[in-house]
Ligand binder design. Sequence first.
Ligand code: NAP
Length: 246
Amino acid sequence: MKLKGKVALITGGSRGIGAEIAKEFSKEGAFVVINYISNDRAAEETIEEIKAVGGYVIGIKADASDFNEAKNLVDSTIDKFGKLDILVNNAGISKVGLFIDMKEKHWDEMLNINLKSVFNLSNHVTKHMLANNGGAIINISSMWGGVGASCEVIYSASKGGIDAFTKALGKELAPNNIRVNAIAPGVIETDMNKWMNENEIDDLSNEIPMMRFGKPKEVAKLAVFLASEDSSYITAQVINVDGGMV
Ligand code: NAP
């Protein structure tokens, strides 16, 4: 077991990529805290699935984009488990559309949830990791953060911010044995892409060298690697899981 006895907090862990990371972490022996914003049912299903195979997991509902709620989330995790070894900043939203149709509220919402949440959680967690002399932070970015996507300008900007944040914080915390890396997924089969019809799915699949969307588990496997000692000399990196798309 690669994460035996480790405590991991995963934002947006109720569904999609975050839920799969929670399951894979649990299989590797970690105690898992699943954070989510509103979908109690999805969170309960993920929690039940993990418990059914003997995992230890709790759910905490909180808005990761709110600085104080993020602090409570971190404090509650440490109150419960006495420490926090792994943070996965996964919570995120997307909105597809022409840039000229985007309003200030879209910028604020996407930047707050996708990027400010990463600051919030990392800021609170780092203090504990420094005291513990180690830890791992994994940020879920997107391939669009590196190259930009038409009709996803704000989303791309939020993810590009995550990439720069990861590289900078990784360098700053490297002497303290805290590794900070990002995963940049391509198109992954989750609710985030449910808006596409079959033709759109086919067209997009044809643009991917592997000719298919990725599965949440294919992202989660990299998260396990980055959280574990297997990646002990890797920090400040953004690693793509995108079927060769960019
Ligand atoms: P998803 O299925 O839509 O799930 C989003 C998760 O984020 C849910 O657990 C949701 O909670 C949570 N969330 C949203 N706002 C939150 C907030 N303010 N505070 C706390 N939790 C919040 O998304 P996904 O596809 O798994 O995406 C996960 C991450 O991967 C995102 O950062 C996304 O940008 C990134 N990503 C996804 C893809 C893709 O193709 N799917 C590609 C590249 C990158 P509730 O269940 O309560 O709503």
